[in-house]
Design a binder for this molecule. Structure first.
Ligand code: EPU
Length: 419
């Protein structure tokens, strides 16, 4: 297993290009299953989750061609409607094939994902929504088995806004007979991007980006071309790398509009933020200031940047409180940050962080994608060497992490082999 070794204490300076959003690319890729024709998808990040989705789509009979960051998918000759445990357990987003397979082929079998490092993460709302569209859903032998000769439009009132749940239902409803209304829908930019792509394919979707989405079912979808939006979480991570090291990082080819709450929080921390439409610069202050952060559904502060802002807060002047409201166990980075000298106490859903003057490098273990990114940020600012094991978590969602950080002046190396 590879490790990442960081020698900290260097201010990061320079410019970094942001890739396409993993969490927009994955549902767009799954949505190719809704019809035939070439789906030409540009700005696809070369990360492991994309490779896993490609493997799953190939297994189902989709033709998959990846050339650089362009992906051409064609689902004209799908032969399978079952997503096996071996793939689903490595990536929960595999559940995104459920809605499209069921809507187009009248049946789907998707393994229940199983355990997760950030919380219980059930898929009950996806299933309740599909049942409201007339599907017969059974949980048997660790699999979700869904059947419906033809889905019919219906009303779905989500108990809470779920991102992939909204995406699954929006995709399924595209081919249902009649009109579907999704209330309390998630409003993330990734949902808007998926709706744009589906609309290019002939779907009729209104209200994506608001909490009520209306979908008028159509008979079929055709191929289309699309460019995935920039990854707002990757952009936020690099801006925080600039902030925590007291450097100056310019992220380009990002979408400043999608980073509203993150940028205002960074300003509160004392970071100088300069915004342009497709670029943002963060200039770290001499001393960071403590703040309160609460993760919320979009447009609130994203849970996917919680570990990273916590790392920043470890070095802030004063006491910060970071409250996680989306997932029930997303604090696995805390004991690792403590090993680097951070002063953090967790009280149920909140972490109270007393800022320290410096962190020290240590061997630490990544537990999930974003927790690992938090450890990378801490390592960049810490005195001495930090060695992060279980790097495969980072590879799931960060493209060329070491190369990008090195280009900004960070001392970051990947070491192959067992820890
Ligand atoms: N929930 C339920 N039942 C459901 C679905 C969700 O109770 O059927 C709960 C979850 O347990 C959680 C809350 O609803 O407490 C919100 O979860 P959501 O469904 O919105 O999360 P998700 O769709 O599984 C996506 C991202 C995550 C991101 C969350 C929240 C993708 C592929 N994944 O997950 O991204 O953290 O939304 O914004 O889009 C990551 O990229 O590292 C990552 C984990």
């Amino acid at each position: 297993m590879d490790r990442i070794v960081i020698t900290g204490g260097r201010p990061l300076k320079g410019c970094v290009r942001i890739g396409g959003a993993k969490n927009a690319a994955l549902p767009i890729m799954a949505s190719c299953l809704l019809g035939g024709g070439d789906c030409v998808i540009g700005n696809v990040p070369r990360v492991r989750d994309v490779a896993t989705m490609n493997a799953l789509l190939s297994l189902l009979g989709v033709s998959v061609r990846m050339e650089g960051t362009q992906l051409i998918l064609n689902a004209s000759a799908v032969t399978q409607t079952a997503a096996p445990y071996e793939l689903v357990k490595t990536m929960r987003a595999s559940v995104l094939v459920l809605g499209p397979l069921l809507a187009r082929f009248g049946e789907a079998e998707v393994s229940l994902p199983g355990g997760c490092a950030i919380g219980t993460r059930p898929v009950n709302l996806h299933l309740k929504g599909l049942a409201a569209l007339g599907a017969d859903i059974r949980l048997e032998y660790g699999y979700i088995r869904a059947r419906a000769p033809r889905l019919r439009g219906g009303c779905i009132d989500f108990d809470l806004p779920t991102v992939t749940g909204t995406e699954n239902l929006m995709m399924a409803a595209c081919l249902a007979k009649g009109t579907t209304v999704i209330r309390n829908a998630a409003r993330e930019p990734e949902i808007v991007d998926l709706a744009r792509f589906l609309t290019k394919r002939g779907a009729r979707i209104y209200g994506a980006g608001t909490d009520t989405i209306t979908i008028e079912g159509v008979e079929r979808l055709h191929g289309a071309e699309h460019r995935v939006i920039p990854d707002r979480i990757e952009a936020g991570t690099y801006l925080m790398a600039g902030a925590i090291t007291g450097g100056e990082v310019h992220v380009r080819e990002c979408e400043a509009l999608h980073l509203g709450t993150v940028l205002s929080k960074l300003r509160e921390v004392g970071v100088e933020i300069r915004e342009e439409p497709q670029a943002v610069t963060a200039v770290g202050p001499r001393r960071l200031q403590a703040v309160e952060v609460k993760t919320l559904a979009y447009p609130g502060f994203p849970t996917d940047l919680q570990a990273q802002i916590m790392a920043v807060m470890c070095l802030a002047n004063g006491t910060s409180v970071v409250t996680e409201t989306i997932f029930d166990a997303r604090f696995l980075h805390v004991p690792e940050l403590q090993r680097m000298g951070a002063c953090i106490e967790v009280e149920s859903a909140s972490a109270v962080i007393r800022g320290v003057a410096s962190l020290t490098g240590a061997p630490v273990m990544a537990s999930d994608l974003r927790a690992s990114a938090g450890l990378v940020l801490a390592g960049l600012a810490a005195q001495g060497q930090t060695e992060i094991s279980r790097v495969y978590h980072l590879d799931r969602g960060y493209e060329q992490l070491e190369e990008k950080l090195s280009s900004l002046g960070g001392d970051v190396r990947r070491v192959a082999g067992a820890a």
